[in-house]
Ligand binder design. Structure first.
Ligand code: 26M
Length: 819
C-alpha cells in the first residue's frame, strides 16, 4: 500500500470545492468544506473497498448479511479518518488549508437510522466485522427521515423531522444497476407443471423498485472495507407506463406514493410493537431486496447452483423485525431457483440465525393474519406450510401434550403470525445478548423452544467498539492508555487489563483524573452552549443516557433527586457534596408516561437550578436531542453511570459498557450485562442495589406487591410522592404529574401499580447513592476504582462479540489480500 500523499489530498480537497460548489475552498462555509473534505476521504477509501470485494470474491469467502431495520451509525467522517489511520496527516493538511477538523466533523449530520441500543449495536458490529477482516454487508432501509430530533419546549419534548439527507451524503453511492423488484398484494395461482410439480404464480401484485445505496465501512488499519447497503424505494416504471396507457393516472400516482411511503420514516418506537401495516411493508421491502441480492450474488459465483448457499452466506436477523427473511428465502429458492421444499428448507435453516433483544411482552411482533396474508400472499402461504410441518413435528414428539405445546409454540395461532416463533423454527441459532438475558430466555420466555431445540441456543454478550467510544470520543484517554500499554488495545481490548497495575500509582491516578476533568470541562462547554446552564466541574457528574422507558426507571432517578432537595431544604447546614444529575433521553412520540417523565425532570431542574438557597449543591440537566454524536461528548465526562433498570427487564444495555470503559463507576441493578460488568470489575468497584431478577420474577407472579405500604410507612418517600400531586413542581397545574403518581400507587384495569418496582427499590437506591457520594470524596479510592473500571472493560468490546458470532454461528473465514 502506498503512503498517504498529503500534497495530493490537499489538491483534491481544493478541487472538490470547485467541482461541488464552483467556488474556492476559502470561500466555503463549514458545511460545504465538510463536503469537500469528505469527498476526498471517500476517495481514499474507494480503492480498498473495490479491492476488498475482489479479494473476497476470488477466495470465495463466506459473507454475513446483518439484516436490520436499524443502523445507528452516528457521524462517519471522523471515524473513517481514524480507521484509515491517516488522522495526523489529514489534520495537518486541513490545518494548512486554514480549516479545523473537529469543526468540519461537527458539520456532518448524525446518521440516525436507528432508535437506540439495537441500532447502535448493529453499527458497532459493522465496525468490528471490518476491523476483524470478515466479509460483511449490513442491509437496511434508507429512511428519508431518521430518528426525530428532540427539542425541549417549556419542558416538553417536541419531535422535529430529521431531514438528514437534505445536503446529500458524500459517503453513499447509488447503485441503480443493482435494483430489485419487490411485490406486494395480489393473489397466488397454482399451476401444475408437466412433471406434475405444483408451481405458484403471484398475480395482480403492486411492484416497487428497490434501489440500493452503498456506504463504506472502514476497518481499522487493515485496508478492509465492508458495506452498509440501505435500500431506497421507487415506483416501477413499467407499472407506471402501463397505468398511464390505460389512462389510469390515479392508480399510477398511488403506486408512486406507496413507494415513497415505505422509506419515508423510521418508526420511533423501541421495545414496543404497534401492528402497523406500513411497518410490515418496510420489513418485507428491504428483506426481499436483500435476500434476492444475496442469493443472486452467490448463484453468479457458483454457476447458478444455489444448493450449498449456506456454505457461503449467513443471514443474521437483528431481532424479529427482519424475520420474513425465513419465508422470503424459501420463496426465492423454490419459485426463482426451482428447488424442492426440502432442499429449500435445509438451506434456509442453515443460513438464518436470530438474535433476541428483549423479553418485554409488548415488544413481541404478532401480525394479524388478515393483514399479513393480504399484503404478502405468497409469503403467508409459505409460513402456513412451515407452521403445518412444525405442528406435525410437535405432535410426533409430544403425543401426550401436543395441543398444549402447539398453543404455545405454533407460528400461526389465535389469528396471529408470531414472528419470534418463525425466527426460532426457521433458523439454526438463537441467541440472547447477555448471560442473564439468555438464561431468562431459556428458563422462561422461550422455555418450550429450548426444550425442543437446546442445540440452537447460545449467549452472545453485547459489546461496543473501542474505536468510536474511546479512541474517537475520548482522545486524551486513548493517548494515555497507549502511553502506558501500547496501542494494541485498539484491536484487542483485553489488553486494557495491563492498566490494572497503575490503579495504585499516584501519578497515574492524577493523570487519569485530570483527563476526566478535561472531559467534564468539554461537556460543561457543550451544556453551556446548548442548555445555557453553567456546570461545576468539581461536582459529581451523574449520567443517565438511554431511551426513555418506564422499565429503565428514569423516574426513580428523579425521585431520588427530589428527595435530596427536600433534605437540603430541611437541613441547609448539612454537608452536601455538589452533585450534577445529567439526563439524555428520547421518548417514543406516542408514549405518554415517558413524555411526562421528561417534563417532570425539566420541572424539577427548573425549580432546583433556580433556587438560590441550594447554592449549586444540586444541578439537574436534561440534555436536548441525545444522539450518537452527543453521547461522544457526554460519556467520557461521567463519574457515575446510571444502570438502574428493573432486574430482568434490560436485555443487556450498552451505555453501561461505554461508560465503564471511560472510567465511570456503575450505579446499578443486577440486570443485563451489569451482572458481567460486576463480575469483571468486582462488586467493590461498583454500587449494586435492589432486587435480583429472580426476586422480581417471583414478585410478579405472586401478586403480593403493595407499593401503597411503602407510601404509608416511609415518610420521606411519601413526601416526595405527594410533591407530584400538590403542585410543588407544577404550581400552574398541580394535577400535571398525577399520571406518574397513579402509575406508582394505583392499580388500574391494564396495569398493576408500580409495574417496575420503583418504590420497592427506591430506598436501596438512595443508600447506594449515599455510599457512592461518600466514596467519591475519597479521591484516591475513586481514582483507583475508575482506573480499574477501564482496565477490566476488555470483555465488552464488540470485537470479542463478533469473534464469538463468527465462530459459533456464522462460520466465517477472514479475507486475505494476496497482492
Ligand atoms: C418494533 C415494532 C415497531 C416499531 C419499532 C419496533 C422496535 C424498534 C426497536 C422494537 C424494538 C427496538 O429496539 C429494541 C432495543 O433497542 N433493544 C435493546 O437492544 C440492545 C442491544 O442488544 C440491548 O442492549 C438493550 O438491553 C435492549 O433494550
Amino acid at each position: 500500500m502506498q503512503k498517504f500523499d498529503k500534497a495530493l489530498f490537499k489538491k483534491e480537497v481544493e478541487n472538490n470545492a470547485r467541482k461541488l460548489f464552483r467556488r474556492e475552498l476559502t470561500e466555503l462555509n463549514e458545511k460545504e468544506a465538510f463536503h469537500a473534505v469528505a469527498a476526498a476521504v471517500q476517495n481514499q477509501i474507494i480503492d480498498d473497498w473495490i479491492r476488498t470485494t475482489k479479494a473476497a470474491e476470488e477466495e470465495d469467502c463466506k459473507r454475513v448479511y446483518y439484516l436490520s431495520m436499524e443502523f445507528l451509525m452516528g457521524r462517519a467522517l471522523g471515524n473513517n479518518i481514524l480507521n484509515l489511520t491517516s488522522q495526523e496527516e489529514i489534520r495537518d493538511v486541513i490545518n494548512e488549508l486554514g480549516l479545523n477538523l473537529s469543526a468540519l466533523e461537527e458539520a456532518e449530520p448524525d446518521w440516525a437510522l436507528g432508535n437506540g441500543g439495537l441500532g447502535r449495536l448493529a453499527a458497532c458490529f459493522l465496525d468490528s466485522l471490518a476491523t476483524l477482516g470478515y466479509w460483511a454487508c449490513g442491509c437496511g432501509i434508507r429512511y428519508k427521515y431518521g430518528f426525530f430530533k428532540q427539542q425541549i419546549v417549556d419542558g416538553y419534548q417536541k419531535e422535529v423531522a430529521d431531514d438528514w439527507l437534505k445536503d446529500g451524503n458524500p459517503f453513499e453511492i447509488r447503485r441503480a444497476e443493482l435494483a430489485k423488484e419487490v411485490r406486494f398484494g395480489g393473489w397466488v395461482e397454482t399451476v401444475q407443471e408437466e412433471d406434475g410439480r405444483l408451481h405458484f404464480v403471484h398475480k395482480g401484485y403492486q411492484a416497487v423498485e428497490a434501489i440500493p445505496y452503498d456506504t463504506p465501512v472502514v476497518g481499522y488499519n487493515n485496508h478492509v472495507v465492508d458495506t452498509l447497503r440501505v435500500w431506497d424505494a421507487k415506483a416501477t416504471d413499467t407499472f407506471r407506463l402501463d397505468e398511464f396507457d390505460k389512462g389510469n393516472y390515479q392508480k399510477a400516482v398511488e403506486s408512486a406514493n406507496m413507494a415513497r411511503n415505505i422509506v419515508e420514516v423510521l418508526y420511533p418506537n423501541d421495545n414496543h410493537y404497534a401492528g402497523k401495516e406500513l411497518r410490515l411493508r418496510q420489513q418485507y421491502f428491504f428483506i426481499s431486496a436483500s435476500v434476492q441480492t444475496a442469493v443472486a450474488d452467490y448463484a453468479k459465483r457458483h454457476n447458478g447452483d444455489v444448493r450449498k448457499l449456506y456454505e457461503k452466506v449467513a443471514f443474521q436477523l437483528n431481532d424479529t423485525h427482519p424475520t420474513v427473511a425465513v419465508a422470503e428465502l424459501m420463496r426465492v429458492l423454490m419459485d426463482d431457483y426451482h428447488l424442492t421444499w426440502d432442499e429449500s428448507w435445509e438451506i434456509t435453516l442453515k443460513t438464518c440465525a436470530y438474535t433476541n433483544h428483549t423479553i418485554m411482552a409488548e415488544a413481541l411482533e404478532k401480525w394479524p393474519i388478515e393483514l399479513f396474508s393480504k399484503l404478502l400472499p405468497r409469503i403467508y402461504q409459505i409460513v402456513e406450510e412451515i407452521n403445518r410441518r412444525f405442528c406435525e413435528t410437535v405432535r410426533a414428539k409430544y403425543p401426550e401434550q401436543a395441543e398444549e405445546k402447539i398453543a404455545k409454540m405454533a407460528i400461526i395461532y389465535d389469528g396471529q403470525v408470531k414472528m419470534a416463533h418463525l425466527a426460532i423454527i426457521g433458523g439454526h441459532a438463537v441467541n440472547g445478548v447477555a448471560a442473564l438475558h439468555t438464561e431468562i430466555l431459556k428458563k422462561q420466555e422461550l422455555r418450550d423452544f429450548y426444550e425442543m431445540y437446546p442445540e440452537k441456543f447460545s449467549n452472545k454478550t453485547n459489546g461496543i467498539t473501542q474505536r468510536r467510544w474511546v479512541y474517537h470520543a475520548n482522545p486524551e484517554l486513548a493517548k494515555w492508555i497507549t502511553a502506558h500499554i501500547g496501542d494494541q488495545w485498539l484491536t484487542d481490548l483485553s489488553k486494557l487489563e495491563k492498566l490494572a497495575v497503575y490503579a495504585d500509582d499516584k501519578q497515574a491516578q492524577a493523570e487519569f483524573m485530570a483527563i476526566k476533568r478535561h472531559n467534564k470541562e468539554r461537556l460543561a462547554k457543550y451544556v453551556l452552549k446548548h442548555n445555557g446552564i453553567k456546570l461545576n466541574v468539581d461536582s459529581i457528574f451523574d449520567v443517565m443516557v438511554k431511551r426513555l422507558h418506564e422499565y429503565k426507571r428514569q423516574l426513580m432517578n428523579i425521585l431520588h433527586v427530589m428527595y435530596l432537595y427536600n433534605q437540603i431544604k430541611d437541613h441547609p447546614e448539612m454537608e452536601f457534596y455538589p452533585h450534577t444529575f445529567i439526563f439524555g433521553a428520547k421518548a417514543a412520540a406516542g408514549y405518554k408516561t415517558a413524555k411526562l417523565t421528561i417534563k417532570l425532570i425539566n420541572n424539577v431542574a427548573e425549580v432546583i437550578n433556580n433556587d438560590p438557597t441550594i447554592q449549586d449543591k444540586i444541578k439537574v440537566v436534561f440534555i436536548e436531542d441525545y444522539k450518537v454524536s452527543s453521547a461522544e461528548v457526554i460519556i467520557p465526562a461521567a463519574d457515575f453511570s446510571e444502570q438502574i433498570s428493573t432486574a430482568s427487564k434490560e436485555a443487556s444495555g450498552t451505555s453501561n459498557m461505554k461508560l465503564m470503559v471511560n472510567g465511570a463507576l456503575t450505579m446499578g441493578t443486577m440486570d443485563g450485562a451489569n451482572v458481567e460488568i460486576v463480575q469483571e470489575v468486582g462488586a467493590e468497584n461498583a454500587f449494586i442495589f435492589g432486587m435480583s431478577s429472580d426476586e422480581v420474577i417471583a414478585l410478579e407472579h405472586n401478586n403480593e406487591y403493595r407499593p401503597m405500604d411503602i407510601f404509608n410507612n416511609d415518610q420521606e418517600i411519601r413526601r416526595v410522592l405527594m410533591q407530584l400531586v400538590n403542585g410543588f413542581y407544577s404550581p400552574e397545574d398541580p394535577e400535571l404529574f398525577r399520571p406518574l403518581y397513579d402509575s406508582l400507587l394505583n392499580t388500574n384495569e391494564s396495569d398493576r401499580a408500580d409495574r417496575y418496582f420503583i418504590l420497592k427499590d427506591l430506598r436501596a437506591y438512595m443508600k447506594a447513592q449515599e455510599e457512592a457520594v461518600k466514596k467519591f470524596q475519597d479521591e484516591e479510592w475513586w481514582a483507583r476504582a475508575a482506573i480499574l473500571n477501564t482496565a477490566h472493560a476488555g470483555k465488552f468490546s464488540s470485537d470479542r462479540t463478533i469473534e464469538e458470532y463468527a465462530k459459533d454461528i456464522w462460520g466465517l473465514d477472514k479475507i486475505v489480500f494476496k497482492d
